[in-house]
Design a binder for this molecule. Structure first.
Ligand SMILES: Cc1ncc(COP(=O)(O)O)c(C=O)c1O
Length: 365
């Protein structure tokens, strides 16, 4: 697809971010989460960059995502973060993925589909999404071993890692360590013990154990709105070009609903990017800005499905074909995924994974 609108992915930034996290969390090792198409960066390319930066594991949500990594030639161990359905287990077995299990039915299916399979057991210590309850998790590990599976990891996930100072994190870790102690008491090796996402990896040292599972930090976004203890470089840049210039008289509105009415004669630059690409309709209504000529410019009115409008009044130098940066740097200015998230009342994850397949990814360098 040849479009003036595209995403530049800086794979060297991903490599460097992972290397920085790996050095910081050592001796714990690093698993990089590349689900949802590598948080919108392109899963296989992000995965290769992550491995180059020192990741020894990759993680995805779906067996199909793991299969795509294998098809792209990625041979690093890949864990599935939740228990697959029986159909997905078959895909996982074919592609040598490491499933996560937390039910007896899952253990039975995995053992039947692939005797001797390497699996992990997930413990629900308080996220209350998925995982074996604390009271049964150690028993499930033993059941898996009795069924002939090899348990290569036992893990949990923190609900409040974004606020590392909250005592609930310690409560979850205590519950996790209770399960580990139970396993140790019966002479069972839990395999890799892990609990930390990016926020915990960087800001909660006691959650690191043997491995950290980082997504956001690998892509250069500081987790938890905290100053990261390592240098993180955003890897994604969303850019386009001015496609049309529109002179709007004072008193006239712009875009659907006329949510923005020009209070003076206004020069509006049209940018061929819209909510079908992952630029939320409300970004313009929430004060969102873009960069043109290295300067911040306001998006005016509602973002439409394929196009958005920017007020470039007073800068006669803006012309059709000029570069417009929505996320990332231009000149000395930069717009971050966190800035979008703050305006939109969401989190940077939702911003990054929202960029659709209509947007080509380019991998400069
Ligand atoms: C189980 C699990 N571990 C790790 C991660 C990575 O989280 P982050 O991107 O905050 O590092 C996720 C992301 O959603 C997850 O679901």
């Amino acid at each position: 697809m040849s479009r003036p609108s595209l995403i530049d992915v800086d794979l060297d930034a991903i490599r460097a971010n992972v290397a920085a996290v790996a050095a910081f969390v050592a001796p714990a090792s690093v698993c990089v989460v590349v689900k949802a198409d590598g948080y919108g960066h392109g899963a296989a390319d992000a995965a290769r960059a992550a491995v180059a930066g020192g990741a020894s594991w990759l993680a995805v949500a779906l067996a199909g995502e793991g299969a795509e990594l294998r098809a792209a030639g990625v041979d690093t161990p890949v864990m599935l973060l939740s228990e697959p359905t029986e159909a997905e287990l078959r895909v996982a077995a074919t592609h040598d993925l490491t499933p996560t299990l937390y039910t007896e039915a899952g253990v039975r299916s995995a053992a039947a589909i692939r005797p001797g399979w390497s699996v992990q057991v997930k413990v629900d210590t308080g996220m209350h999404r998925v995982g074996a309850p604390v009271g049964v998790a150690a028993g499930l590990v033993r059941t898996a071993l009795d069924a002939g599976l090899v348990v290569v990891g036992t893990f949990t996930h923190l609900a409040l890692a974004d606020t590392p100072e909250r005592p609930e994190n310690r409560v979850q870790l205590d519950r996790f360590e209770g399960v580990l102690a139970e396993l140790a008491g019966s002479g069972v090796d839990p395999g890799l013990r892990h609990a930390a996402n990016s926020a915990a990896a960087l800001h909660l040292s006691e959650a690191r154990y043997d491995l950290v599972r980082v997504g956001l930090a690998a892509y250069g976004v500081a987790p938890a709105r905290l100053e990261p203890p390592v240098t993180l470089r955003p890897a994604l840049r969303l850019r386009s070009r001015v496609s049309y210039l529109n002179h709007v008289p004072a008193g006239e509105g712009v875009s659907y609903g006329w949510h923005h009415v020009a209070d003076e004669p206004t020069c509006v630059a049209v940018v061929p990017l819209g909510y079908a690409d992952g630029v939320p309709r409300n970004l313009g209504l929430a004060g969102g800005e873009v960069l043109v000529g290295g300067r911040r410019r306001r998006i005016v009115g509602a973002v439409t499905m394929d196009q958005l409008m920017v007020d470039v009044t007073g800068d006669g130098s803006v012309g059709i074909g000029d570069e417009v940066v929505l996320l990332g740097a231009q000149g000395d200015e930069a717009i971050s995924a966190q800035e979008w998230a703050d305006r939109l009342g969401t989190i940077p994850y939702e911003v990054l994974v929202g960029f659709g397949t209509r947007l080509p990814r380019s991998y400069p360098g």
